[in-house]
Write a protein that binds this ligand. Structure first.
Ligand code: HEM
Length: 409
């Protein structure tokens, strides 16, 4: 959507109407050129929330990400909204909402299981999940790639890591979609406040059952790792276990689904690029990186300044919100030639998983493997797939994803 940017001071980057059709790329293009660190004074829909700084270039996102002492993940939450959707106390119970040293100790419990080598051991199992879901489409002429393919595959993959029974996958998917896409009228018809009233209690209730089962009978899944974790000589408190579970399921669910769907849409809209992959499937890993660059699953994450500081000539005060827009930094023209062009041969570096630093995504190897398998299997089975209708975007300045992608198989 284009915006009148004649007065950049008045621009409110987080307003919902800018995001109805995906990220406002022309707004970000102009910010990178004219006001790379920009202040948005308010978030109209959430008047109780303070405004925020927008960081839009790759170098500045990198600088903020790397300096956790100046830019804290713990002080004020991890999205532009501090606690309008979820209380800060719960955000801080996830390691994505903690600073070192506690963050590092908790993350370390999981890192061994997420190395590329350990993740590669799951290739056969993940391919079987993807093939099972795609086999289920036999005989159909049309389907929705978001709800019929991406969602069931990513839910089962993260579900198997967490020890969720397959029959509960759809319930967890609904809870995650409603919580992360809280502002979207389709995902959350009753409005964002329903998340705290209805969804968070249900998450806690369901988790309590899983936790009780693991206490009685330890297993080798990640839920068991959380239940039996010890830090500083004590186990985690219940809300820390629940939110650890929420972090892994939410991160594993939403993000890979988002990148697959947006990447498939780009391939359907650019048949020349799809042809390259059909002729040479060895290009698929490069196409995965290009999809991650152009369509990062999270439009932003946020830090909070711990001290007065300077960034790109702007003075940021202690306590200010600092939002890193990956949807912008991944199209920074100082890093990418013709950044809005989808080019499966580009094999780019990007910031879709964050820009390094302490909070760099835990799930990169898993996400890359899932995406490669999903692209391989979808393209091999349906080389002539076409768009059947206009896809719809989730209305959110946080989750950058499609909610529908109707195709003719
Ligand atoms: C396309 C897929 C994915 C994308 C684009 C993505 C993106 C991100 C981003 C941007 C961050 C925050 C980086 C920061 O604040 O600096 C993050 C953190 C995280 N991601 Fe992913 N992610 C993906 C898949 C996954 C998967 C499959 C998992 C599996 C469990 C996962 C687990 C996590 C966790 C636990 C964190 C928190 C890390 C920390 O705070 O140290 N992600 N991810």
């Amino acid at each position: 959507m284009s915006t009148d940017l004649s007065r950049l001071d008045d621009l409110l980057v987080g307003e919902r109407e800018l995001w109805t059709d995906g990220p406002p790329h022309d707004t970000f293009r102009r910010l990178r050129a004219e006001c790379p660190v920009h202040f948005t004074r308010r978030i109209t829909e959430y008047p109780q929330e303070a405004g925020f700084w927008s960081v839009t270039t790759a170098d500045d996102v990198h600088a903020v990400t790397r300096d956790w002492r100046t830019y804290s993940s713990e002080l004020g939450g991890i999205t532009a909204l501090t606690d309008a959707i979820m209380p800060l106390e719960l955000v801080r119970a996830m390691f994505i909402g903690m600073d070192p040293p506690k963050h590092d100790r908790l993350k370390a419990l999981f890192q061994r299981g997420f190395t590329p080598k350990r993740i590669a051991e799951h290739e056969e199992e993940i391919r079987a999940i993807a093939c099972g879901v795609l086999d289920g489409l036999e005989g159909r002429e049309t389907c929705d790639l978001v709800t019929d393919v991406a969602q069931p595959v990513v839910s089962r993959v993260i579900g198997s890591f967490m020890g969720i029974p397959p029959e509960d996958d759809a319930i967890w998917a609904r809870l995650m979609n409603a919580t992360l896409g809280a502002g979207d009228p389709d995902l959350n018809p009753e409005g964002p406040e329903a998340v705290m009233r209805r969804d968070v209690p249900e998450i806690f209730e369901r988790c309590r059952r899983l936790i009780a089962e693991r206490r009685e009978r330890p297993t080798d899944d990640l839920t068991s790792v959380l239940v039996h974790a010890e830090l500083d000589g004590r186990g985690l408190e219940e809300h820390e276990i629940v939110m650890g579970f929420f972090l892994l399921v939410a991160a594993g669910n939403d993000s890979t689904k988002a990148t697959y769907s947006s990447g498939m849409r780009a391939l359907l809209e650019h048949p020349d690029q799809r042809r390259l992959l059909l002729d040479d499937p060895a290009l698929i890993p490069s196409a995965v990186e290009e999809a991650l660059r152009m369509f990062p699953a999270f439009a932003h994450f946020r830090r909070t300044a711990t001290v007065d500081t300077e960034l790109h000539g702007r003075t940021i005060r202690a306590g200010d919100k600092v939002v890193m827009w990956y949807v912008s930094s991944n199209r920074d023209e100082t890093r990418y030639e013709d950044p809005d062009r989808f080019d499966v041969t580009r094999n780019p570096e990007h910031q879709a998983f964050g820009a390094g630093g302490r909070h760099f995504c835990l799930g990169t190897a898993l996400a890359r493997l899932e995406l490669r398998i999903l692209f391989e299997e979808t393209l091999a089975r349906y080389p002539g797939m076409e768009l059947a209708d206009a896809p719809e975007h989730v209305e959110s300045p946080f989750v950058n994803q499609l909610k529908t992608l109707p195709v003719r198989l």
